[in-house]
Design a protein around this ligand. Structure first.
Ligand SMILES: [Zn+2]
Length: 519
């Protein structure tokens, strides 16, 4: 995810401080990675929309399997829904199951029998998603967390498009479909959307069918055959014009409002080159079957790396005249960021929000990589400098937080100048420490060893140790698990008789654990 704008981390850290002091006890809770009792396997969704009520009527066939132990129960995240039916599918028939849903957040299902570990079972759920009525808290990074957004649904604002779109991260997807809404779950998906036939739809994966659905409606079905995390599920529905490119035979497409569609290639046209560059640099080809990008109205963040379908706010559309004023630090950097997430975030996903660095630090680092490749080393250095200064501007609250944090007041607090800019700067430093080739060999090893799975910094460390032949505990202990950074003073003393300039560099930070070795 890209934050709304450059100065947000500063605001965010202030907001973090406020929320920590207001809810001190929650900041001391150890945030364990969610235990996997049941694993998601496949999610099949059938959705229709009521624009007037801002409802989605859903039918879901959810296939799961117990992870390690037999279990007769299943907990799903489902926020603010009406749950009509929960049933176990058996030989094509639905056997009703008992369930409780008292808190309107956790759907607890009694499976009626013990399911053995590793054996798939499918449950059927019929529900109504009511995002505008669900009580879900927003954050500084995401102005709202409704999951599913109806934009101008009654056409009351003249000239404003009517759209529906979603924002899953961190755990907003469970407002529009019941799931285990955690980043350490992965599922293939098939999403059918029944919409007014004048609209275009976009979702994850390939568009496999479009069928008339009566009375001016059409049903589009999108299929993802590779597993991805629930927070990366997406849909966008509206009057978009599609511009198509290709990369190595895969579709690369840009969905824009018709009046901005002529600028699609001016905004997004470097995407195939970026896919080529990142694929080669990482030694792992772009792992998904297509790559679409869509610009939506009133988006609640900067941009979001939904698998195969990144979504951007209005900053990513403009007239030809407006585009003349755009700089690298704006939208082009965001495109690199969301694309790089398709390796670090979507392909190998942070195991938990505490380890968010495994997503966001890499995406931040990619902004430097692309600038360097496309515009030369000075442009790369300038982007790295902007990023570092952004972290430093966050002040003491940034300096006191380690990159990996197992204690936080709210998971949304992880989306800050430490997870993004400091983490990106650390990766750039690690690249310099290990050398270009060895560093990228290590990333390739991390990606291939954890493909379609999850990662935490220890897995990255082990991959880098393996390829470099060096112990890197010292580096990760300093930079990933402890806070702060070196504060250096530089004094010059001119010795006139001997014509010698003495330069004295002192590290003055407190803490004592950051040695000169790391610079
Ligand atoms: Zn991001």
């Amino acid at each position: 995810m890209r934050l709304l704008h450059n100065s947000l981390p500063v605001l965010l850290t202030l907001a973090t401080l406020a929320s920590v002091s207001a809810q001190q006890p929650t900041a001391t809770i150890y945030r364990a990675t969610e235990r996997r009792i049941n694993d998601l396997v496949h999610t099949k969704l059938d959705l229709q929309f009521d624009y007037k009520k801002r409802y989605a009527y859903g039918k879901e066939w959810l296939t799961l399997k117990p992870h390690a132990y037999p279990t007769d129960s299943l907990r799903l995240d489902a926020k603010g829904m009406d749950i009509k039916t929960v049933a176990l599918m058996s030989n094509g028939t639905a056997q009703p199951l008992r369930f409780s849903y008292n808190d309107e957040r956790n759907l607890r299902v009694n499976l009626g029998k013990k399911m053995p570990p590793g054996a798939n079972y499918t449950i059927y759920i019929e529900y109504t998603a009511k995002p505008d009525e669900a009580k879900v808290k927003g954050s500084a990074a995401i102005s709202e967390a409704k999951g599913l957004y109806f934009i101008n649904p009654d056409s009351t604002v003249a000239g404003k498009p009517v759209q529906i779109w979603t924002q899953g991260e961190t755990e907003g997807s469970s407002v529009w479909f019941p799931t285990i809404d955690r980043p350490n779950q992965k599922t293939t998906s098939e999403i059918s959307l029944t919409v007014p036939s004048k609209y275009v739809t976009l979702s994850n994966g390939a568009l496999v069918s479009q069928k008339p659905a009566g009375a001016g409606l059409r049903t589009d079905t999108w299929k993802m055959e590779q597993p991805h995390a629930p927070y990366l599920f997406m849909l966008a529905i509206g009057d978009f014009r599609i511009t198509k490119d290709t990369w190595r035979g895969k579709e690369v497409s840009y969905y824009l409002e018709p009046k901005y569609a002529d600028q699609a290639r001016a905004v997004f046209g470097k995407t195939p080159q970026m896919m080529e560059f990142f694929s080669k640099r990482l030694g792992v080809d772009f792992p998904w079957n297509k790559f679409a990008q869509v610009v939506a109205r009133d988006f609640v963040s900067g941009a979001m790396e939904n698998t195969t379908a990144s979504l951007y706010g209005e900053q990513a559309q403009g007239t030809a005249r407006e585009l003349l004023d755009w700089e690298y630090a704006g939208v082009e950097r965001e495109i690199a960021h969301e694309l790089f997430h398709h390796w670090f975030g979507d392909f190998v996903t942070t195991e938990s929000w505490s380890n968010l660095t495994m997503n966001e630090s890499f995406a931040n680092f990619s902004e430097v990589l692309w600038a360097e490749h496309a515009y030369g080393p000075d442009a790369g250095a300038a982007q790295a400098d902007r990023s570092l200064r952004n972290y430093l501007r966050g002040g003491p609250s940034n300096y006191e937080k380690p990159l990996v944090r197992f204690q936080y007041a709210d998971k949304e607090d992880m989306f800050d100048g430490v997870s993004y800019q400091k983490g990106g700067s650390i990766l750039n430093m690690l690249r310099a420490t290990l050398g270009e080739e060895v560093f990228f060999q290590g990333l390739k090893r991390y990606l291939t060893q954890n493909a379609f799975g999850t990662g935490e910094p220890h897995q990255l460390r082990l991959a880098l140790e393996e390829v470099s032949g060096q112990d890197l505990n010292w580096f990760f202990n300093q930079w990933y698990y402890r806070a702060g950074h070196p504060v250096v003073t530089i004094d010059y003393q001119w010795d006139a008789p001997r014509k010698r300039q003495a330069v004295v560099v002192r590290q003055t930070q407190t803490g004592g654990f950051l040695s000169c070795r790391c610079w």
